[in-house]
Design a protein. Structure first.
Length: 324
């Protein structure tokens, strides 16, 4: 999965803090119980000496395996004595153990060189947090996408807006459920307030939970940040070109609302073309029709979208006003 370096670093930082906290809390318990039960100090000193003797045995003993086995037997006996002493004084036998958030990896994030499930879950949470800062990710699920707001009446021999929305919803559920890094590209079209962003975020919810990285942003914010990065204005950038081009799923919302310039047109083409060439899926949404997109951008950009994306056209009235 192509998570950003920032996400990996943040997850590792969280794990480091968890491990440090667990270690400090364990030491506090040791100090407290040793003060109450002085015999524990004697046992701990003996265990520490055994550990030191085991290290020395590798270099000084003629029969290191035999001597180490004896020392380990002594160590196990002392550990059992410690447990019994704790129970005798009314404490759990593991009261002095370090209590990690994840006992499986002891908050290191790795088990036998492979990432622990806790590390992966942290990366998922970080991906969600990034989107939740700018979009209502929690609220936008397939369960909350209500097609009852779309008109039932069909016009001009076409299917009704409600039937169309239901079919598109089912298609998006299948897309998200079966998502992989070679999934197809989606192009949501339709007027304002018809659920394009909602469906895009609903897909993001499922895809993130499957362990893939997702970047969501409006065309205005993404292209604006990439322009600033290109011209060396690096402060407060949410989006960076290498991450936009490499992320497992890119969601480019509200295409056509950004400030138009030769750079943004060129940058948009580069994003679309690069990700198509790399077979990395992208979801684009817009309020404009194909003719309008072609006027705003150029024919090569439009042709790449038409040829490389599956178009999903939502129709009806602005459901945000209907909900009110």
């Amino acid at each position: 999965m192509s998570y950003s370096i920032e996400s990996y670093d943040k997850a590792q930082s969280i794990l480091d803090r968890r491990r440090e906290r667990a270690t400090l809390e364990a030491q506090d318990r040791v100090d407290e119980l040793c003060a109450k039960i002085p015999e524990l100090n004697t046992i701990n000193r003996k265990l520490a000496q055994i550990g030191l003797n085991i290290s020395k045995t590798f270099f000084t003993s003629k029969n290191p395996k035999e001597d180490i086995d004896k020392l380990r037997v002594e160590s196990l006996a002392l550990q059992e004595e410690k447990k019994n002493l704790l129970k005798k004084n009314g404490y759990d036998e593991n009261a002095l153990a370090t209590k990690y958030t994840c006992p499986a990896c002891e908050d290191t994030g790795f088990i036998n060189g492979r990432r622990c499930k806790c590390f992966i879950n942290l990366l998922k949470d970080i991906e969600r947090e990034k989107i939740e800062k700018i979009a209502p990710l929690k609220e936008c699920t397939f369960e909350t996408f209500n097609t009852d707001y779309y008109p039932e009446i069909a016009k001009n021999g076409e299917i009704s807006p409600r039937q169309r929305a239901e079919r598109i919803k089912e298609s998006c559920i299948r897309y998200a459920t079966n998502f992989n890094k070679e999934a197809k590209n989606l192009f949501f079209m339709g007027g304002t307030g018809l659920g394009k962003t909602h469906l895009s975020l609903a897909i993001a919810n499922v895809v993130i939970n499957k362990g893939y990285s997702v970047i969501y942003g409006t065309a205005q914010n993404i292209l604006g940040d990439l322009q600033n990065e290109n011209f060396g204005r690096l402060d407060n950038l949410r989006y960076r070109e290498n991450e936009i081009l490499d992320v497992d799923l890119l969601i480019l919302d509200d295409l056509g609302t950004e400030f138009k310039s030769a750079y943004t047109v060129s940058c948009l083409y580069n994003i679309i073309n690069t990700r198509l060439s790399a077979k990395l899926p992208t979801i684009i949404s817009t309020n404009y029709g194909i003719d309008e997109i072609e006027k705003i951008y150029d024919q090569r950009t439009t042709s790449r979208i038409i040829g490389g994306y599956s178009t999903l056209m939502l129709t009806g009235n602005d459901i945000r006003y209907i909900k009110k």
